[in-house]
Design a binder for this molecule. Sequence first.
Ligand code: FES
Length: 199
Amino acid sequence: MLRTNLLALLTLLTGSDALLAVSHRRATTTRLQAIQEYTVEVSYEGKTCELSVRSNETILAALERAGVCNELAIPEVPSECRRGNCMTCSGRHARHSRQSSLRRGDDGLSPHMSREVSKQGFVLTCSSYVVGDGLKLEIGENHQVWNEMYRARFEDDSARLAGRAAMAKTIRMTDERNVERWAIETEAAFQKSGEQHNQ
Ligand code: FES
């Protein structure tokens, strides 16, 4: 009786182990099957190459893994924060890029800025994924994205005034912290204006 029970228990355990092994195999297979690979056309200053990007990696990771720098003759793929904040890693959709093949992950920009970046066709490669073929990207767009997203915003009159006020405030604060230097410079200015007056 005892032996029968032990055997039954053993069968049960072996069976459940086997079941576990099968379900683990299935999970692994499902995970493996879920990873796709897509081809992205990447360009930089007139040179173009094809990049294979896995669905579970960012475009920046794929660029680094594939060593595209050699093919495109660039020293490195620029990046800083690697979490969608600084825009250093920016690329941009090239002509005829299939934009629906891009999935933007979370970035660290404000919702407004994030929308604008996307609307202008910029792609933060450190936080973007590929979900289909047909993407065509220009990389090395970090200067361009800064110009368009930030510099352009300082070109209206009110922004210029705000900029000047901020600059004046900075100068005042610096002078207040350096009273001695401020006194010397002011004295020199008085002397200079006195000399000019006596000439
Ligand atoms: S490295 Fe900073 S946004 Fe991509």
